[in-house]
Design a protein around this ligand. Sequence first.
Ligand SMILES: Nc1ncnc2c1ncn2[C@@H]1O[C@H](COP(=O)(O)OP(=O)(O)O)[C@@H](O)[C@H]1O
Ligand SMILES: [Mg+2]
Length: 252
Amino acid sequence: MAMLEIKDLSIQFGGLRAVDGLSMKIEEGELYGLIGPNGAGKTTVFNLLTGVYRPTEGSIFLDGKDITGRTTEAVNRAGIARTFQNIRLFAELSVLDNVKTGLHNAYPYSTLTGILRLPKYYRIEKEMNDRALELLSVFGLADDAQTLASNLPYGAQRKLEIARAMATEPKLLLLDEPAAGMNPNETKELMETIHFIREKFKLTILLIEHDMKLVSGICEKLTVLNFGQELAQGKTSDVLNNPEVIKAYLGE
Ligand SMILES: Nc1ncnc2c1ncn2[C@@H]1O[C@H](COP(=O)(O)OP(=O)(O)O)[C@@H](O)[C@H]1O
Ligand SMILES: [Mg+2]
């Protein structure tokens, strides 16, 4: 059974079918790329997967369970986390606290426990700090734990967003153009980090990119979207040699 299965997924915005009859399967452990020109519908696929939009047609299965139309919180609890094309961090919180916001699923305590500062509160706070620091160190950000998120360099902010998504302990991580705005060195380092976290956390990753060169280096499989529809799908090498794909990209 595929970890993620999308069947005939569509969404209509007025007269525009931003995603149009898309089907795809992602197996556990895969690093899968979703590529296509700007406006192809890639981010909309993420918004459909994470309950931001409800599809007009079609369904989404996670480990065989139908999650179509669930709320963002329910999808996250089911095991899907994402990052955004435009960074969304809590700018006025520290780096550490940004990651801790992602941990609250895993470490619940009641408001009363928090207000009264019961022993359980301190124990859980300690565990959350340790866990958040552990995640930050994976991304090379542990030394910046007390820095305000808004004071981090751009490339580090992008990594912090991934660390925060990882705090919710997803099995499927959705990354929306994580290298956007990064220089070639930062991009290379980020791709290595993505590889590393996949192995370390036994993750399955769906990665959006519009730069074909970038994904071809790291993704095993690709789906190419064009005007909301699948243009090609399959092993990276096959997809990149597909004449339709070459035409769409050269035509840009
Ligand atoms: N909420 C919305 N309402 C209307 N149109 C939208 C909405 N979200 C996305 N679109 C349109 O859907 C198309 C696909 O957008 P998007 O998924 O962001 O593309 P990509 O991420 O591939 O660049 C674009 O034409 C965009 O303007
Ligand atoms: Mg997009």
